[in-house]
Design a protein around this ligand. Sequence first.
Ligand code: NAI
Ligand SMILES: CC(C)CCC[C@@H](C)[C@H]1CC[C@H]2[C@@H]3[C@H](O)CC4=CC(=O)CC[C@]4(C)[C@H]3CC[C@]12C
Length: 410
Amino acid sequence: MGQEGGGASGRGRCVGRPAGAPKEDGPSGGQFEYLRTVAAGMADSTEVRELVYLVTGGCGFLGEHVVRMLLQREPRLLELRVFDLHLGAWLEELKTGPVQVTAIQGDVTQAHEVAAAVAGAHVVIHTAGLVDVFGRASPETIYEVNVQGTKNVIEACVQTGTRFLVYTSSMEVVGPNIKGHHFYRGNEDTPYEAVHRHPYPCSKAQAERLVLEANGRKVHGGLPLVTCALRPTGIYGEGHQIMRDFYHQGLRLGGRLFRTIPASVEHGRVYVGNVAWMHVLVARELQQRAALMGGQVYFCYDQSPYKSYEDFNMEFLGPCGLRLVETRPLVPYWLLMLLAALNALLQWLLRPLLLYAPLLNPYTLAVANTAFTVNTDKAQRHFGYEPLFSWEDSRTRTIRWVQAMEGSAR
Ligand SMILES: NC(=O)C1=CN([C@@H]2O[C@H](COP(=O)(O)OP(=O)(O)OC[C@H]3O[C@@H](n4cnc5c(N)ncnc54)[C@H](O)[C@@H]3O)[C@@H](O)[C@H]2O)C=CC1
Ligand SMILES: CC(C)CCC[C@@H](C)[C@H]1CC[C@H]2[C@@H]3[C@H](O)CC4=CC(=O)CC[C@]4(C)[C@H]3CC[C@]12C
C-alpha cells in the first residue's frame, strides 16, 4: 500500500525533527506470509533451556507483565535479566523457579550499565521508557531516556553480539498528529501525516526509527542484528496507573465521573496481557523469521471494543460502583481547551515552586479528543499472533484488579 506524507508505517516526523521507517515490503521482503499457527502459546515443553533474555524497564506496568509472561510461556528461557531504574520487590518471588531471574538496577542513559546488562543476552526486549505526557519531566530528560537510552541499547547489542532486539514503541509515533486528524481503524500502511510537537511522541518516533535503521547492522561476531518495533495503543489492565487515578477521582466525586469527551471519539486500547504476549511471541519468532520480520513495525491489537477513552474505562469502573454522568460532555469543548491552556500556564508559572501536572493539558485533551483506532492482522500474518486473552477475560481481570484496590466503591 502506498505511503503519503509519513504514515502509519512509521515515516512520521516531529516538527523540526525528522523520523522514518521502512515499508512492510522493505529490505526484508514482505512477500510471503506466516502460515503456521502458533497454538495457544506454549512451545514444546521438551525444549532445552538455553536462552538469555534481557527486559529493560522490566519493573514497569508493561514490563512486569512481559517478565511474567516470559517465565510462563518461553520454555527455552535459561536466564531472565530484569533491568530497571527501580526494582520491584515482587521480583524476589520469581527467583525460586527453574529460570534464573537476575535483577539489575540500572539506568538506560548510562551506556556502560546497559552494555554490562546486555553482554551475553540472546534477545533484548527494550520496554524502558519515560512515559510522560503531563509535563512531569523536562523534554531533555524525556529525550535522554527514550532516545539516548535506546541508542545505548542498540550500541550494546552491536558491541556485545546480541542479535535480536524488540522495541516497545507506541501508537503515538503515528498519531494523533498536531492537526488532530482522525485515524479511524487504520493499519500499519494507512497513510497518515505523522507530525508531532510533544516530546513524548517525538522521542518515541526517533527511538523507533533508530531501532528499525539498526536492523541488519553487523554485531560483534559478524552476524546481522534483527530488530522490530511493537506499537501498542493505550494499554490497560492490572497495574494501570491512570485507571487507578480515574477510580480514585470517581470515589472522591461521590462515585461519579463526568463525561468530557464525546462518546463518538474512538480511542484504541489493548489489554496488557496481550501486549506482553505479543512481545514474547515476536521475540521468539524474530529468531526464526528474521527476513520477514526484521525492520518491521506491528500495532498491538486484540478484541477490545472501539470506544471513547471514558466509555472504555467505564467497562471496568462501572462494575466497581462508579457511573459516568451525562450522555453528552458536561463542559463545552471550548471551555475544556481554555482549562487545559490554563493548566499549562499554571504548570509553567508554578514550576519554580512545585510540580503541577494535572491529567488535563492541551496535549492530553487533543489525544483524547481525536479518534485513533487500529484494525490490522499484520502480526497474525507475520508471526501467528492471536490474542491470548479474550475481551471477556481482559475485562474480568481488569475489573478484579480495580475491585481489589483499597476502598472499592462497592
Ligand atoms: N502505557 C501505555 O499506554 C503505553 C506505553 N507504551 C510504551 O511501553 C513502555 C512501557 O510503558 P509503561 O509500562 O506504561 O510505563 P512505566 O512507566 O510503567 O514503565 C517504564 C519502566 O521503565 C523504567 N525506566 C524509566 N526510565 C528508566 C531509565 N532511565 N533506565 C531504566 N529504566 C527506566 C521505569 O522505572 C519503569 O519501570 C514504554 O516504552 C512506553 O513508551 C506504548 C504505548 C502505550
Ligand atoms: C481529562 C482529559 C480530557 C482526558 C484525560 C485522558 C488522558 C489522560 C488519556 C487519553 C489518551 C491517553 C493516551 C493514549 O492512550 C496513548 C498513549 C500512548 C502511550 O504511548 C503512552 C500513554 C498515552 C500517551 C496515553 C496517556 C493518557 C491519555 C492522554
